[in-house]
Design a binder for this molecule. Structure first.
Ligand code: PFF
Length: 451
């Protein structure tokens, strides 16, 4: 049995929890439900599910499969597999693009994730005082996002938490962290959904999220569904490739990947069912997108609810766990690479966290001193997000699909996916060779404004 020098997951479940942790993140909790409601509700959900089955799942299988076949950091994995398949080691660009993309995402993701720590702490302390912890949510959010000191403090705290887990290693660090975080995350989420179901505004939520309105479906909707599927499943950044390197030989990758896709979609749907009943119950505006919904609208509701501080604490703990299990997957691939270059794991993790954390200062300052700096019509943080999410992720995904489908030798593909029936294997290969490159190419061209 082959093993990785970096360690292995103790079981299939270890990998499953870590990969679900990577996929389930800040993106799922508010973005999915908002994008769904804006793009035709149930019609969008159907298209999103199709995007996951047709592109997300096959590309995920390809990415994890490459990791397990190479058993090294993504950069060395792709180089080795290219050599074994008699192709150019230049294909290692997929690993490099993933490393750079991971650092860019980490840099701004920790700024936002830091807010969840700040809010969580506020609600925790609120349990010990009279009255709601946050009585004017707009002012609270304004105070946090206009204080450079606070933004940087919470940002670097989140970077430190991420580095801490990765430095401890695959099994003792990442696996033990996700074993605690993912079950807690599901429990909290289910408790919040039950509250939503009993609050009396559940039917309105079901209509808002799921009533299909095909008149809102356009070409842009298809692209939005594909883009959301890609970001939400953490594809194209080689993070799942890094995690794949630690999966035991015998595990069936297609089955594990199907479970990851199912769990990620379930969390996205459940998050919508937890958030919108409260938004409707307190007559808040459901169209408040992104930060406004989670950091202003919901706290406004918490302030008026019985047990609101406890609810706030549960909600922001959920968000912090979701974000934390995602950020560790952004650092693992790069850390493994530096370890292969001779660094110790803690030094490697600190170096990457330090680098991305420092770059993140630009994103934090995009709310304060550098608020007015604009490039291509976007502030600095949005530019970093754009390069990572709209350029490097699709490009990496395209590279992974083409490499796994066309470049990798048939022998290596068979070693990894030998358990599939001939018909299922042919379907997978067709999707990875033709359908995924075409559709990912479309998202890419559209996101950089060419179509
Ligand atoms: N999938 C995460 C989310 O939905 O928030 C974000 C993410 C994590 C994207 C890791 C890419 C990645 F490599």
């Amino acid at each position: 049995m082959s093993v990785s020098q970096h360690g292995m997951w103790s079981s299939k479940l270890g990998f499953l929890l870590a990969a679900v942790g990577s996929a389930v993140g800040l993106g799922n909790i508010w973005r999915f439900s908002y994008v769904t409601a804006e793009n035709g509700g149930g019609a969008f959900v159907l298209i999103y599910l199709a995007a996951i089955v047709i592109v997300g799942l096959p590309v995920m299988i390809a990415e994890v499969m490459l990791g397990r076949a190479g058993r090294q950091s993504p950069i060395h994995t792709v180089a080795t597999l290219a050599r074994e398949s008699k192709a150019s080691t230049g294909w290692a660009w997929i690993g490099w693009s993933g490393l750079i993309c991971g650092m860019l995402i980490l840099s701004f993701y920790c700024v936002i994730a830091g807010w969840t720590l700040s809010y969580g702490t506020t609600y925790l302390l609120g349990l010990f005082t009279d009255g709601p912890a946050v009585s004017d949510a707009g002012a609270h959010f304004g105070a946090l996002t206009s204080s450079t000191g606070q933004l940087l403090f919470w940002h670097f705290l989140f970077v430190a938490l991420t580095v801490f887990v990765v430095a401890r290693g695959v099994e003792k660090g990442i696996e033990s962290a996700v074993r605690l975080m993912i079950p807690s995350l599901f429990l909290i989420l289910i408790a919040l959904v039950i509250y939503g179901m009993t609050s009396g505004h559940f039917m309105q939520t079901l209509n808002y999220l799921f009533q299909p309105d095909f008149s809102k479906v356009t070409g842009q909707t298809l692209i939005a569904a594909l883009g959301q599927a890609f970001f939400s499943l953490s594809l194209g950044m080689a993070g799942l490739m890094a995690y794949g390197a630690y999966v035991p030989d015998k595990a069936s990758l297609p089955r594990l990947c199907a479970l990851i896709c199912t769990a990620d979609t379930a969390v996205a749907l459940l998050a919508g069912l937890a958030i919108f009943p409260i938004v409707f119950a307190f007559a808040l505006d459901p169209h408040t997108a992104g930060p406004g919904l989670v950091f202003v609208a919901l706290p406004t509701a918490f302030a008026q609810m019985g047990w609101g501080d406890l609810y706030g604490l549960a909600f922001f703990t959920l968000l912090a766990f979701a974000a934390w299990s995602s950020t560790i997957s952004l650092v693992e691939g790069g850390t493994a690479y530096l370890v292969e270059q001779g660094l110790s794991r803690p030094v490697a993790a600190v170096a990457l966290g330090g680098g991305a954390g420092t770059l993140g200062i630009l994103s934090a300052l995009s709310f304060t001193h550098l608020k007015d700096v604009s490039l291509f019509g976007r502030n600095l943080m949005d530019n970093i997000d754009f390069v990572a999410s709209n350029v490097l992720l699709p490009l990496g995904g395209l590279g992974i699909a083409v490499f796994a489908g066309w470049i990798l030798s048939e022998k290596l593909r068979h070693e990894q996916l030998g358990g599939l029936s001939a018909a299922t294997y042919t379907v997978w290969l067709t999707l990875v060779r033709y359908v995924a490159p075409l559709l990912i190419g479309l998202i890419f061209l559209s996101s950089i404004g060419l179509i």
